[in-house]
Every structure is written in structure tokens, then in C-alpha cells.
Design a protein around this ligand. Structure first.
Ligand code: GDP
Length: 424
């Protein structure tokens, strides 16, 4: 069984929590795109963890975790993540963590370039997390990336690094007027953090092809949501990778494999980090209250998130481009304080009512058309069966299902492992 867990919105939909839950049925959990530019929050009996790079299956002792070739990996950050887990007793051995030899290393100069470009843009900045993701993917497609594979060949590494750094310095020194990157320092950095990762590096395609033959249960874990996809998201306020389920098997290195189920993770209201159009945004006390209720602060950066009501236009689009077979609706408990629940049902673009998700200047010009549904005004976090939910909550769920054309299979009513309902 091959299942993919993807976000249908702007990210932060609660994917980490759902992957942690679904990982109980998985032999293997795979991250296949992106880097440490977002965080998945997982709460379990060992504590609260924020995972930026590691797959969320790391807490299940029987689960093998794979970091696919579609990823970009800041090895210094990864070492930190491994150390933080080890402090709480989660020690990952090479039989439980496999890093693709094809994955690209996010270098210190990628982070540096991300930052200085955002600073140069000033007010026009794109809301980058400054983790180097845009620059490292650019280098990958320029075919000037250093791969995990290269760590296995220390004899040729200095020459590879020197050639790339020479090219990079054209931009750093002559373009931005910054001090040049020192190739020797980069090689030292690669050894300092890369050497301890060597036991984990392997041809993950070979491993996964064997796993497919054995009919293993595989879970693909996406980072960020559909609206941050480089091609079909709210460009240019997107990430630099493909966040869609269709890329899962490719990014994992087993492009010929077929997904059996795509689970779209959808939050019961909206949130977004950084700049760019966010049509359903709520401001003032209405927004502040929702942000507080949902603790909407970035897992990777601590930045306060922008919040809004459920956005039917954006979510229906997200569900469609993800090809979601079903939905996991998360954080519905957060809405329990509301007398009436705001839902963005359409966009108004220069006086025209629009229900197909627009792009570019049309999206920038869109204003939300809000309607309100009745709230339930009681704690639903203890509900474990559909029948225990109040009628107003069921109406809200049914409304969403009809509006986005996809059924809610899982309902998350709290952040803890057992706080969910299987709806059908
Ligand atoms: P991700 O990037 O999609 O994994 O999203 P986040 O890491 O930002 O997760 C969302 C946050 O909400 C985390 O702090 C979770 O522990 C929490 N969370 C997830 N599901 C629920 C839920 O159903 N209810 C509540 N109250 N919190 C949740």
C-alpha cells in the first residue's frame, strides 16, 4: 500500500501530526522534496518535537525513514535534529534512517545568499525563510549542486567544491559585493557535519524497489501545501520545490510506483506564513483571537502566521491539484469558541464573483466573500466517534465536503496522538 500525505493549502495544515498517526500502519516513511524551510510538529509520549528535515516516522521504532533524492539537505541542521532527538532517547541507526545519495546538500552559502537577496529586495521581499532553499534548488538545476554522494568520495570533494565556489563567487563578490566564499572552509564544513552522516547515505532507490517487491506499506510525507508548489502555487510566493502528490514517487526515487491513496491534509480554517496573496485573511480582533486559539506561530521560524476562515476557493483547488482521494480535517477543535464560523465561499475580483482559484494579478486583486455557519460552542476534543460530535460540527464538516468535493476520512480534534476520529 502506497499512501501519500500532502497539504491542500498554504502549509502548516497539521501534516506532521497526521503522518505520525498514519506511520503506525507504515513500514517506511519518506520525505521526498524540500528542505528545512518548514517544520512538522509532532507531540507524543516522549515530548514535543519539531522536525524540519527528518521524516515524521522517526518516533515509531519499527519504521524506516527515508530522505529522498528530491530533497535539499542542510547537513548541519540535520545533525542538530539528530542530536535533539538523541537527547530525548530517540537514536536513529542506519537501518532506521536512509539518506539518498542523490539528495543535494544545502550549503552555508545558499543560506547566506537567501538572506542577502531578501535584504536587497527590501519591501518587495518574498517572505523566504532564509534557509537557502531557493538558492540551492537554483544550483541544482544549474547542475552545480554538491550531493550527499560526494561525501563518500573525500578525495574528489575539494576539486568539486572549488569549481562550484569559483562560479558562486562571481555572484557573491562581483554581484552582491560581499566577501568571497572560501572553498577550504566549505570542505571543512562538509567533513564536520557530513562525515557522521556517511553510514546513512545509500542508493535509496535500490532499497525502496526491494521494499515494493515485499509489498511494504509506504507513506510519502510532503512538506508545505499545494499553494506553495513551484508550478501550481501562488507563484512567486511559493516554495522552490514540487509539493504535489504526483511528485512523491519521483522525489523518492521510485517514479514507476503507483500511489494507492492520496490523503489531503486540510485545516478547518486557514493560515499562511510570509508575504503574498492570502485572500481569506482576517484582521483585527477576529484574526488575533483565531491566531491565539490555534497557536498559529511558525514551527520553523516562530513567526506569527496570518489567519483566515476556511477558504473554499483555495482548498477546492488544492484538493484538485493534489488529486486527493480523501481529506484529514485538522484543528477543528480550535473553532469551538466561535458563535458563528466564517467561511470564505468565493472571491470578488473587480466586482465579479469568482469560484475558480485565480493566479497572478487576479489573485492579488481578489477580495473574500464571507458567509457564516453556526458554531457548536463546546469542547469537542474528547470526541472519538462521529456520533459524539455536535450537530453543528457535523454540518460544518458536511458543508466543507460538499464545497470541496472530497470526503473527510480523518477528523483531528486535538494535537495528541489519540485525538482523532475516523469518519468512515
Ligand atoms: P505541518 O507543517 O503541516 O505539520 O503543521 P504544523 O507542524 O504547523 O502543525 C500544526 C500545529 O497544530 C502543531 O502544533 C500540531 O501539534 C497542532 N495540531 C495538529 N492537529 C491539531 C488538532 O487537530 N488540534 C489542535 N488543537 N492542534 C493540532
Amino acid at each position: 500500500m502506497l499512501r501519500s500525505v500532502v497539504g491542500t493549502n498554504w502549509g502548516d495544515e497539521g501534516k506532521g501530526r497526521m503522518v505520525d498517526l498514519l506511520a503506525s500502519e507504515a513500514d517506511i516513511v519518506i520525505r521526498y522534496q524540500g528542505g528545512n524551510n518548514a517544520g512538522h510538529t509532532v507531540i507524543n509520549e516522549r515530548g514535543k518535537f519539531i522536525l524540519n528535515l527528518l521524516p515524521s516516522g522517526v518516533f515509531r521504532d519499527e519504521t524506516v525513514n527515508v530522505m529522498g533524492g528530491g530533497m535539499v539537505i542542510d547537513i548541519e541542521h540535520l545533525c542538530g535534529e539528530l542530536d535533539r532527538l538523541a537527547e530525548k532517547g530517540v537514536v536513529l541507526t542506519p537501518d532506521r534512517l536512509k539518506i539518498s545519495d542523490r539528495a543535494i546538500i544545502c550549503m552555508p552559502y545558499h543560506k547566506m545568499l537567501d538572506g542577502i537577496e531578501e535584504d536587497r529586495l527590501g519591501k518587495a521581499k518574498q517572505g523566504s525563510t532564509r534557509r537557502g532553499i531557493g538558492p540551492v534548488y537554483s544550483d541544482k538545476y544549474m547542475r552545480k549542486g554538491i550531493r550527499m554522494q560526494d561525501l563518500l568520495h573525500p578525495d574528489t570533494l575539494p576539486d568539486k567544491v572549488a569549481a562550484i565556489v569559483e562560479w558562486k563567487n562571481l555572484l557573491v563578490e562581483k554581484g552582491y559585493g560581499c566577501p568571497p566564499i572560501d572553498a577550504g572552509e566549505m570542505v571543512d564544513w562538509l567533513h564536520r557535519f557530513g562525515d557522521r552522516l556517511i553510514p546513512y547515505i545509500c542508493d535509496t532507490t535500490v532499497y525502496l524497489l526491494a521494499a515494493l517487491k515485499e509489498n511494504k506499506n509506504i507513506l510519502f510525507e510532503a512538506q508545505l501545501g499545494a499553494l506553495r508548489d513551484i508550478d501550481y502555487g501562488i507563484y512567486p510566493y511559493t516554495s522552490s520545490s514540487t509539493t504535489l502528490a504526483a511528485f512523491a514517487t519521483t522525489g523518492a526515487g521510485i517514479a514507476g510506483a503507483r500511489l494507492d491513496e492520496v490523503i489531503g491534509i486540510t485545516k478547518a480554517y486557514s493560515s499562511a506564513v510570509g508575504g503574498g496573496p492570502f485572500t481569506c485573511e482576517l484582521f483585527g480582533p477576529e484574526g488575533d483571537r483565531l491566531r491565539e486559539a490555534g497557536s498559529e506561530y511558525g514551527a520553523a521560524t516562530g513567526r506569527p502566521r496570518r489567519v483566515g476562515g476556511f477558504d473554499v476557493v483555495a482548498t477546492r483547488y488544492g484538493v484538485t491539484v493534489q488529486g486527493a482521494d480523501c481529506i484529514a480535517l485538522t484543528k477543528i477543535d480550535v473553532l469551538s469558541y466561535l458563535d458563528r464560523i466564517p467561511v470564505c465561499v468565493a472571491y470578488d475580483i473587480n466586482g465579479e464573483r469568482v469560484t475558480d482559484f485565480p493566479t497572478g494579478d487576479d489573485l492579488e486583486a481578489a477580495k473574500p466573500v464571507y458567509e457564516y455557519l453556526d458554531g457548536w460552542k463546546c469542547d469537542i476534543s474528547k470526541c472519538r466517534k462521529k456520533e459524539e460530535l455536535p450537530a453543528a460540527a457535523l454540518r460544518y464538516i458536511e458543508y466543507i465536503e460538499n464545497a470541496i468535493g472530497c470526503r473527510v476520512k480523518y477528523l483531528s480534534v486535538g494535537p495528541e496522538r489519540d485525538e482523532y476520529i475516523v469518519m468512515y
